[in-house]
Write a protein that binds this ligand. Structure first.
Ligand code: ADP
Length: 469
């Protein structure tokens, strides 16, 4: 079973670990995508701004003159764009045909002019996307090149876009930028901010300080489920183990009881057999016969007492069902004391003429069991055993304190179990079957009371019973 539980725990741990890894990979992927698309968006915006400037320049009739004529050979419209204030060097004009404009237009119309400007802007857009600037004319090329290659990409804009993207996807928005790959936290794949195609890369990383906390937050319910399952497995295992151990202990305790009982029965029975055989085989005089008959009677009484004790204990469960009588507590105490030598037991009776309702017989046996134990387990002569009766609040308190060896802390609850004996098997010097305290506990319970066991102030044990009045 432990293998099975270990298996379940290992599987759960493996599951939790792989969930963590999968979630972390997903987080990295999402963050990388958000970073790349933030960069892409900023670059597009920047290109569009450059193209807006280009459109304005091309559309400015004081700067560029756009004309058209029909090519006599091919019959197509040829557009010419010419700078009006050309610089000293470089290309100042360009002629081209446009496939998407099949009409023949000479001289140029506003519609054809617009189609030409759109065509130029469209081509320039593709060029920018591919990372270069085409010189349609020298001045246009210079202007495009300046905007494209000399104005740096705004990292603050990337940061803003990135933060928005992360927020929308429910990802962590606490990050910093780094130009060099850092050793701490989690870093994104870098983006290249260099403006020219063949220039040295100018890398930018986004760094997240504590991605694991985010991953844990995202899979907290999976982990909690896993934890609950593991706890259930451990609790079930613990409970089963406890049941198994208590079964084992019960069986050991029962074996011990049978052993003790056999021992107790064997001695009087052997004595009875030998005595009876002797009476039958030999002719004894009257005195000897009397002695033998006394032995038979004594042993029969011992057996009777033994069976009575066991029967009484077996009846303990029925205590409360018997008809209850009114009992004067002081009388009960006196009756119990009378069963023991008066110098062995002292009484402190503070209850006056208090009466309780209960089963007198069982309460009497309850007290005598406790006193009997106190005397039985006290090896040497000591101070007399003390029986105290008090009233506290609405409770009758009974205490039996001895000066014996005491009861180890670990066994203080177990001694009330049926058949339980401390140091079972080795205590044949002190006779018993482990039923006395079980009987006491049952009687107390049936009288709506509670019993507890404590160390006596100096030495020994105090049994304390509180019965509701
Ligand atoms: P038993 O028949 O063995 O006396 P009990 O149920 O009366 O059975 O007691 C259970 C165990 O508790 C005993 O075996 C004994 O070891 C321990 N015990 C009971 N009373 C005392 C006491 N007054 N002092 C020390 N040990 C005690």
């Amino acid at each position: 079973m432990s293998v099975c539980v270990c298996g379940i725990l290992s599987l759960q741990l493996a599951f939790a670990y792989s969930s963590f890894q999968a979630e972390r990979n997903l987080l990295e992927k999402q963050v990388n995508e958000a970073f790349a698309s933030a960069f892409e968006a900023v670059r597009n915006d920047r290109d569009e701004a450059i193209l807006d400037d280009l459109r304005q320049l091309v559309s400015d009739p004081t700067f560029i003159e756009i004309t058209s004529r029909v090519n006599p050979v091919y019959g197509t419209t040829v557009f010419t764009m010419k700078e009006l204030q050309p610089p000293f060097k470089g290309q100042t004009q360009l002629s081209l045909s446009i496939e998407t404009f099949p009409e023949k237009v000479e001289p140029i119309t506003p519609k054809a002019r617009q189609a030409f400007i759109d065509h130029i802007v469209k081509n320039a857009r593709n060029d920018l996307k591919n990372g270069y600037v085409f010189y349609y004319t020298q001045k246009l090329g210079d202007s495009l090149s300046k905007a494209k290659y000399e104005v740096p990409i705004d990292t603050a804009m990337i940061g803003e876009r990135f933060r928005n993207g992360l927020g929308k996807a429910g990802l962590p928005t606490r990050f910093r930028f780094a130009a060099v790959a850092p050793n701490d936290g989690f870093k994104t794949k870098p983006i290249d901010l260099s403006l020219k195609t063949n220039a040295a890369p100018k890398l930018l990383y986004a760094v997240f300080p504590d991605p694991d906390a985010v991953v844990f937050e995202r899979i907290k319910w999976i982990l909690a489920g896993s934890f609950v399952l593991m706890s259930v497995a451990v609790v079930c295992f613990g409970y089963t183990l406890k049941v198994m151990l208590s079964q084992q202990k019960l069986s050991a305790v029962k074996d011990d009881f049978i052993h003790n009982m056999t021992h107790e029965l064997h001695t009087p029975l052997a004595s009875l057999t030998v005595t009876a055989e002797s009476l039958r085989k030999f002719q004894h005089d009257a005195t000897a016969r009397e002695t033998y008959l006394d032995i038979i009677l004594l042993q029969a009484q011992r057996l009777g007492a033994l069976t009575a004790e066991i029967l009484e204990t077996a009846r303990a469960g029925k205590v409360g069902n018997r008809e209850k009588q009114t009992i004067v507590v002081s009388d009960l105490l006196k009756k119990a004391m009378a069963a023991f030598p008066c110098d062995a037991v002292a009484v402190e009776d503070n209850v006056g003429d208090l009466e309780i309702s209960g089963d007198a017989n069982s309460l009497f046996r309850m007290l005598t069991n406790l006193i009997d134990n106190g005397l039985k387990y006290n090896p040497g002569p000591g101070a007399p055993l003390l029986v105290k009766a008090d009233v506290s609040g609405k409770k009758l308190l009974l205490e039996v304190s001895d000066n014996g060896p005491g009861i180890p802390e670990a066994e203080k609850t177990q001694i009330f179990d049926a058949f339980y004996r401390i140091g079972t098997g080795n205590r044949h010097d002190v006779k018993g079957y482990g039923l006395g305290l079980y009987f006491v506990k049952e009687v107390v319970r049936k009288h709506n009371g509670k019993i507890s066991v404590h160390d006596n102030e100096n030495k020994g044990t105090t049994f304390r019973i509180a019965i509701a009045l």
